[in-house]
Design a protein around this ligand. Structure first.
Ligand code: NAP
Length: 276
């Protein structure tokens, strides 16, 4: 088994994830895994970094597929005995003008952004090593969506005692309400992406709390963050930041020094803790 530290970035064949891998290749003292659902696109991305003189390793990972997540978990356990840095970056967003019905957008978006991210956490958090770092790429779109929720929902999402099961129930309810065309009547904002990112941020707050309760001595730091508005296929060419600039906050959180006791359980943008 290798004792080399290991970092994994989900959805990193392009966009912000790719830029996070690039930065980690330069700064992380260990093996860096670029992962992609499509091995062809993943290998191509690794080759692109190779041309920059950077050495990333590749492993397939589709966050929508439990089997794929478990294959990565088993590989990491066997080769490294766990992992040191996990960046949950994979995500999707329908374009504003997409004509897919809202119910479809809700189901598809939540499947990857919330349920996929949660499944990766469920499988990989238990093997994160002491002093490890976990970064969940969320969005300020989640914070805005929170403001668009009913008072009752806002209270639940801001609660310091909400459980993961309760959060999963709420995210499932959003998809069901969308299918029945009653999501706004039920107090949800009219944004599937925004709700999915509420889910990612609240999940991060819960997981950080659980780490405090169950693995305090392991000093693992787990946070959600927003990369900013970044020029990628998702946000388009008019966004303000380059992918490398968008990677800065996630990478800062992934490389917090081992003697840091925070941030932990926070929502961070521009390297600054924001009020949830
Ligand atoms: P992007 O360019 O569209 O890249 C998204 C990445 O996620 C791609 O590599 C994509 O792979 C991957 N992905 C999608 N579904 C996946 C799945 N089921 N399993 C594994 N990988 C999957 O988007 P981006 O702008 O870099 O976004 C990265 C993250 O930042 C997302 O979580 C996004 O919500 C968040 N974010 C972005 C912005 C922004 O302004 N761009 C702002 C706030 C937050 P394929 O190539 O196979 O599709």
């Amino acid at each position: 088994m290798s004792s080399v530290p290991v970092a994994v970035v989900t959805g990193s064949n392009k966009g912000i994830g790719f830029a996070i891998v690039r930065a980690l290749c330069k700064q992380f003292p260990g093996d860096v895994y670029l992962t992609a659902r499509d091995p062809g696109r993943g290998q191509e991305a690794v080759a692109k970094l190779q041309k920059e003189g950077l050495h990333a390793l590749f492993h397939q990972l589709d966050v929508d597929e439990l089997q794929s997540i478990r294959a990565l978990r088993d590989f990491l356990k066997e080769k490294y005995g766990g992992l040191n840095v996990l960046v949950n970056n994979a995500g999707i967003a329908f374009k504003v003008h997409d004509t897919a019905p809202f119910a479809v957008q809700a189901e598809v978006t939540l499947k990857t952004n919330f349920f996929g991210t949660r499944n990766v956490c469920t499988e990989l958090l238990p093997i994160v090593k002491p002093y490890g770092k976990v970064v969940n790429v969320s969005s300020v779109a989640g914070s805005s969506a929170l403001g668009g929720c009913s008072q009752e929902l806002q209270q639940k999402f801001r609660s310091n005692t909400i459980t993961e099961d309760e959060l999963v129930e709420l995210m499932t309810k959003f998809v069901e309400d969308a299918k029945e065309g009653v999501h706004q009547k039920e107090g949800w904002p009219n944004t599937a992406y925004g709700v999915s990112k509420i889910g990612v941020t609240v999940l991060s707050r819960i997981q950080a709390r659980m780490l405090n309760e169950k693995r305090k001595g392991d000093h693992i730091l787990l946070n959600a963050c927003c990369p900013g508005l970044v020029r990628t296929d998702m946000a388009g060419p008019k966004a303000t930041k380059s992918p490398d600039e968008g990677a800065e906050t996630p990478v800062y959180l992934a490389l917090l020094p081992s003697d840091a006791d925070g941030p932990h359980g926070q929502f961070v943008s521009d390297k600054t803790v924001r009020t949830w």
